[in-house]
Design a protein around this ligand. Structure first.
Ligand code: PEP
Length: 251
């Protein structure tokens, strides 16, 4: 089964609008063809309008970082998925461990957000991953399996086949301590088996699963060689033009 790789940068709360524009200008004509890889930049929500306009004639796709699960209403300070969809945003990253840890995002909210993202014609990139404590206790598969089942609740088979799952062990994010390729492969295969159990083997064969956690140009090829790893979600190494392009070229 061949799945198109997807490399997504997650800028987190970095860059100003001017810096984001500069980045887009520098990379937009050097991104590999869309048939080879989906190249995505996850910008702070504040800049996504500029990003969608700036990437219009390019193969680069835009992700927002998080959104609320209601389309509109009295939710001061939240980001409307309806507004993101109307701006032409392609993906929304949800369930990132930083959102879960610092902002107490629950599995139930991640699921509601996934529904809201589909409702507004975008695709979710749903993050999952265990803490070091859970990993060391040998409970990572059980924990991540639970996150996946909760996140995908009541989505249709077609929706699940089209979305992206990102396995990001918390102990590997921003630490420089990446998971081994065997660890990444084992967990991505497990996630795929959970999807097969909840939906079907056909859906599991279609869903794309990324690895994330200290991915850089020097190690991305190791992960991409794993049969169940379909791409990477990348924080630090996606911030610089050269390393972002190197990540795309390694696919
Ligand atoms: C991330 O934030 O999703 C991430 C994987 O960060 P880093 O690549 O910096 O570890």
């Amino acid at each position: 089964m061949s799945r198109k790789p997807i490399i997504a940068g997650n800028w987190k709360m970095n860059k100003t609008a001017a810096e984001a524009r500069e980045f887009i200008e520098a990379v937009k004509n050097q991104v590999p063809a869309n048939e080879l890889v989906d190249s995505v930049v996850g910008a702070p929500n504040l800049f996504v309008e500029g990003m969608t306009k700036g990437t219009k004639d390019s193969e680069l796709k835009v992700a927002a970082q998080n959104c609320y699960f209601e389309d509109e209403g009295a939710y001061t300070g939240e980001t409307s998925p309806k507004a993101l969809g109307a701006l032409g945003v392609d993906y929304v990253i949800i369930g990132h461990s930083e959102r879960r840890d610092y902002f107490h995002e629950t599995d139930e909210e991640v699921n509601k957000k996934a529904h809201a993202i589909f409702r507004n014609d975008m695709l979710p990139i749903i993050c999952c991953g265990e803490s070091l404590e859970t990993y060391e206790a040998g409970k990572a598969e059980e924990f991540v399996g639970g996150q996946i089942k909760a996140a995908l609740k009541d989505l249709s088979a077609d929706q699940v086949a089209s979305l992206v799952l990102a396995y990001e062990p918390i102990w590997a994010i921003g630490t420089g301590k990446s998971a081994t390729k065997d660890d990444a492969q084992k967990m991505c295969a497990h996630i795929r088996s959970v999807v097969a159990g909840e939906f079907s083997q056909d859906v599991a064969d279609k869903v794309r699963i990324q690895y994330g956690g200290s991915v850089k140009p020097e190690n991305i090829a190791d992960y991409m060689a794993c049969p169940d790893v379909d791409g990477a979600l990348v924080g630090g190494a996606s911030l610089k033009v050269d390393s972002f392009l190197a990540l795309l070229e390694a696919v």
